[in-house]
Design a protein around this ligand. Sequence first.
Ligand SMILES: Nc1ncnc2c1ncn2[C@@H]1O[C@H](COP(=O)(O)OP(=O)(O)O)[C@@H](O)[C@H]1O
Length: 178
Amino acid sequence: MATRETRKRPNILITGTPGTGKSTLAPKVASNLNMEFIDIAGEIKKFNLYGEYDADYQCHVLDEDKLLDHLQERMDSDEGGIVIDYHACEFFPERWFDLVIVLRCDNTILFDRLTERNYPEKKVRENVECEIFGTILDEAKESYSQEIVHEFSNENHDQMAENVRKITELALKIKKKK
Ligand SMILES: Nc1ncnc2c1ncn2[C@@H]1O[C@H](COP(=O)(O)OP(=O)(O)O)[C@@H](O)[C@H]1O
């Protein structure tokens, strides 16, 4: 079972409210660092890692234990070098990550992005409120050591390019440390 001290290459979690740009940015970071990107949302669907059906939101609910079991072998490997993105972070084992990146976005920009996805009005509102309250950032700070949590605004393409550069730099610094 690898730790931050034993892992050959860093594992990176990109998190943030839905719509903050995780699935756009994470593959770019992985490619920049020649690391593996795991598409969590895709794997949940492909391997049916669901629990019960939520009638309110008319969708299946993730079974977190099934997801953790599914990821464990790769995430506990001494190799490391994995980038994942997910809109929650508190249920992953703290030992899995060397960097936790929380993407942020102005709530009006986020509102437009989520509306464009045709989310139901209730789901748009709840996600925008979550971003206003900084819920994901709070979860990250409560779940991981402060020094590995970084918050980046991700509102336009210049910021995305700058964020890819900064995250790459942070990851390479960790690699050099070993
Ligand atoms: N930095 C950015 N600047 C402008 N648009 C962005 C940026 N990041 C993502 N987007 C756009 O915002 C929408 C949501 O991005 P996405 O990566 O799907 O978010 P998430 O994976 O966090 O839900 C997409 O239409 C995407 O093209």
